[in-house]
Each structure stands twice: as C-alpha cells, then as structure tokens.
Design a protein around this ligand. Structure first.
Ligand code: PLP
Length: 380
C-alpha cells in the first residue's frame, strides 16, 4: 500500500484533471490567467478570507507574510518546536530570531501557556522585540486559536497561521487558514489539498497586506511588472497547477474531506478493538468542536517500543510509515550556537522519540486500514 495514494486519487479524477490540463495546453497561457484568478476566488470563499494570493510554494507563502510585516533583524518570532523546518526557517531567513515554544502532547500544536512564558522571557532578556507568532495546524488539526489569540492581543503580536497541513480543518464553523492575521497553505502533492508540483497560497482579510504580498510575489511590482517599487521575489502558482487544483478542490469539498475522516474513524475503531490503548499506544486526540483534515494520522508508540524495529517490521508487511518529526526544531543543526537553540521543550523532545505516522488518504480501503492497524497492534 501507498503511504498517501496519489495514484488512486488521479484514477478517480482522471477525466477532469486531464481535461483541465489539456485546456491550459490549448490556451498556451502558462503563467497567471483565468484558472489562477478563479482558483484564488474559490479558495478565498472556501476558507472564508477576503483575499487569497497564490504563490510558488508554502514556504514562500510564509516568507511573503513576513515580508509584508517587515519582520527582520532584532525581531523575535515564536514558533512551535515540533513542526516542519520551513515554519522556523522563514523567520531566520528574514534575519529575525525564531524562538521555539513547546507543544501540547495530545494535539501536537503550540502550547499557549508556554507561548506566554516564552514571550515574557524575551521581554525580560531585552535585546529582541517580540513581533509575531507562527501557529502551525499540525497534521491537519487547527491550533488552539482562542488561547493563542489571547496571548497575541496581550503582547501586541501578529498571528501568522501556517496552515500548510491544515487546509480544510476547522473549529466550529470557522475554517483553517482564516485564523491568522495572515494565513498560508501549501499545495505540495502530499498535503490535504495538493497539486502536481509545488504551490502555495496566502490568505488575509487585510487589504493593505494583500496588496503588499501581491507586489512582493511579483518582483515588488507597482502598477505593472515593469514598474518595480520595492525589492521582492518571483513566486507564482503555475496555471497548470491552478487548473489541477480547481478539480481537486471540488473533490476535496464534495467527498475527500469526509472520506479521510471516515478512514480515521475506522482506524480508531480498529485500534480500540485491538486493545491498542492498553498496550500503551497513544492515538491522535481531537477536542470537541475541532475538525482535522488529517494531513497525517500520527500515533505515539509505547515508551518501551523500539520504533525502528516496528517500522522495519511494518515495511516487510508492505505498510509504509513515516516519522514526522524526528528532531525538535531547536536541535536542528541550522540553529546551532544561536539563541534559537536554547529552547526548553521537553514535550517535543519526548514525542520526537515516539511518533509514527501511518498510511492515510481518502482512498484507503477498509482492508488496507485493517492490515495497518492489526499489524501494529500485533507488534506491540
Ligand atoms: C509543507 C510545509 C511547509 C512548506 O510548504 P512547501 O510547499 O513544501 O514549501 C510549511 N510548513 C509546514 C507545517 C509544512 O508541513
């Protein structure tokens, strides 16, 4: 079985995707154009944001937000210690200092109480100016925005939602990618809404930031591409990718989100039936009112389990698994010797040793889910 079966998805959507690609080829309009603007409108509407600006990838989307806010040297930006490297990388790339904050062991998302402690530490140290928080919707689950927003308001911090994995998730009726002052997502093929290459998007309700981001994404353009009023980058979503995404967004809305949640329900049922919790396996936990788009189904193995051995045994049974993530951000070599490496994040350190992400996508059959769940339980 595949870890995330993109072929099964293509087979299901083939006629529409092939048509969409063919129509771009027929038009020979490969950069910008109608498929891109139509997608931006559809994405903004789905998410519930006033503006959507597509760009080249999810990392650029984060960088564009940081550029619009003018974050740089001397600024502190608070980032969860347990996330994909890009969430913190873009902060350091802008010349600012990522300050890593521990996460909650049940949701894997940033711990708001520890966020406040980290802000106070930076204030007491002097030197850096607290500017923003990057909250990540890890594995598809929105972060606890009510609590995070309270901390942001108290200390005057901007909130950047890294929804690269979160697209489609929600809290109550409010969707992921609408919680941050600026929110971003990624269309990397394996994300909840993926294209056939790299792609990303920025969302905001703020007119001024939206205009700045559109400018930064196209060489700091003013009235046209050849009127350059600031130094920017080249970060656009290809028209071909936009056409693929419009087909996939429809499927995502119509049934994929529901089907992936059904698959998770099935996993939970199978693990419970097999007494997984009694064996010390920790299943993902979703609080009341929260809905995940399940970028990953990540379990924590019991303390005494040999993760490498479990992973190898599963592999021989044809069950691919991944370790997201093996290293806390503050332990990454890129931050060695910097202020960013000094974070105190025992929860992240512990879960990095225990997590295992299991095969999941909207097209998994009951037989595949049973094989994965039963095999893991048999190995514990
Ligand atoms: C994938 C990902 C990104 C980066 O997206 P790309 O499109 O690969 O640049 C950023 N943050 C998180 C949490 C991600 O999972």
């Amino acid at each position: 079985m595949q870890f995330r079966d993109l072929k099964a998805q293509y087979n299901a959507l083939k006629p529409d995707i092939d048509n969409a690609i063919q129509s771009v080829l027929n038009s020979s309009c490969f950069i910008s154009g109608k498929p891109v603007t139509e997608l931006e409108t559809a994405l903004a509407e789905y998410v519930g944001a006033k503006h959507c600006i597509t760009c080249a990838n999810g990392t650029d989307a984060l960088s564009l937000a940081v550029m619009a806010w003018g974050i740089g040297n001397g600024d502190a930006v608070f980032v969860p210690d347990f996330t994909y490297f890009a969430s913190g990388e873009i902060v350091a790339f802008a010349g600012a200092t990522p300050v890593f904050v521990d996460v909650c062991k049940d949701t894997y998302n940033i711990d708001a109480a520890k966020l406040e402690q980290a802000v106070l530490t930076v204030i007491n140290e002097g030197g850096l100016t607290p500017k923003a928080v990057v909250a990540v919707d890890l594995f598809g689950l929105p972060a606890d925005y009510e609590k995070i927003r309270t901390v942001c308001d108290k200390y005057g911090l901007l909130l950047l939602e890294d929804g690269a994995q979160g697209f489609g998730g929600r809290i109550g009726g409010k969707k992921a990618c609408s919680f941050g002052d600026i929110a971003t997502t990624s269309f990397f093929p394996a994300k909840p809404l993926g294209c056939y290459g790299d792609g990303g998007a920025v969302f905001t309700d703020n007119d001024e930031w939206a205009e700045l981001i559109r400018s930064y994404a196209v060489h700091g353009k003013g009235s046209s591409k050849y009127d350059n009023i600031r130094v920017g980058v080249n970060s656009r979503l290809d028209t071909l990718q936009a056409s693929v995404l419009s087909v996939k967004l429809k499927a995502f809305k119509e049934y994929e989100f529901e089907k992936v949640n059904d698959a998770v329900f099935k996993y939970n049922e199978l693990f419970t039936k097999n007494g997984a919790k009694q064996k010390g396996l920790i299943l993902p936990e979703i609080k009341d009112g929260f809905y995940s788009s399940w970028a990953q189904y990540t379990v924590q193995l019991p303390d005494n389990a040999d993760r490498d051995a479990v992973q190898a045994s599963l592999k021989t049974l044809g069950i691919p698994t991944m370790i997201y993530y093996i290293k806390p951000m503050h332990c990454q070599g890129a931050f060695e010797g910097t202020r960013s490496s000094t974070a105190d994040c025992p929860v992240t350190e512990s879960i990095c040793r225990k997590v295992l992400s299991l095969p999941l996508d909207p097209y998994k059959t009951d037989a595949e889910l049973s094989l994965a769940a039963d095999s893991i339980c048999a190995l514990l």
